[in-house]
Design a binder for this molecule. Sequence first.
Ligand code: ATP
Ligand code: LTN
Length: 332
Amino acid sequence: MDGNTVYSAVQPSGNLTIGNYVGSIRNWLALQEDHNCFFAMANMHAITVRQDPAELRRRTLELAALYLACGLDPEKCTLYVQSQVPQHAELMWVLNTVTYVGEMERMTQFKDKSARHADNINMGLMDYPVLMAADILLYQTDLVPVGQDQTQHVEIARDIAVRFNNRFGETFTVPRALIMKQGAKIASLQDPARKMSKSDENPNACVFMTDDRETVLRKFKRAVTDSGSEIRFAPAEKGGISNLLTIYAAFTGKTVEEAEKDFAGKGYGEFKLAVGEAVADGLAPIQAERARILQEKEYLRGVLAAGAERAFKAARKTLSKVYRKVGFYQGE
Ligand code: ATP
Ligand code: LTN
């Protein structure tokens, strides 16, 4: 049987896209009902690429408001800011000593980000997966719900856990990635071969969670499809159409098969408009709720303070165990 602890996080590094929502946050909602969930704002990961300090602080609160607006309930799960729990950095240090430079150099995201930020290939960028392993292992996590692009990082967290356990004795639960069958990889609207990314230079490639209705409709209208006319789910041949079907299904709660049926015999133009409308309709209440919560500064502060305290207690327990295992003097 599945263990009960769930951990995931998003970086407050930019405007969130519907890819982040569909691939990640949306799937957390059901989990909070019957699992012990920790969801963080990974601001320590965010600074591995340059961030404006004032903006990072603002985006961290905006991300918290978005979590709440999407339906995460602070009574049911622990929502907190990563840097408020010092054990993340502390455990990372220990885990660094059981992680090899060669494995970090081979990480896809490290290679991508090194190419994109060639003037800033800092140690943090390389150590990113170890910090992520520390996040996950601190809470004795069983399941890590993420989008497809994060599987390699969860694998490394598993490897590190197993390695540590073998060397020092049973310490960490070995986590497992939870990747949804549908929506784990939302593609760019301009290039279906690429993932939708919040840092894409082309503003038409991604739909942001904060885009207004008109912008959403325009972006879907311009979405790249193919020269055919059939609305069918076939990712290999019809990347653009399949991506739109996935997005439509995610925002209407239908299956992809039902979505295909809705549009049998219809044209691409009508289809793209319907997808845009479904997304705009789905985003509107989230946007309104996000704006409302952002006004309630005290409430938000309270949620994050309570979350940090709960996370701190759980993290302290694991870190103390780790320190004992590796032979750190703890004043006893
Ligand atoms: P960037 O594109 O700036 O590197 P990102 O958009 O991947 O960042 P993260 O904060 O790194 O954002 O990711 C948060 C979560 O969203 C992760 O679980 C990730 O797997 C998921 N995710 C990101 N992009 C997509 C996408 N296009 N489709 C599905 N899931 C996604
Ligand atoms: N690297 C992740 C964000 C993240 C994360 C985590 C996800 C940081 N720590 C722990 C799952 C578990 C990303 O989505 N880019």
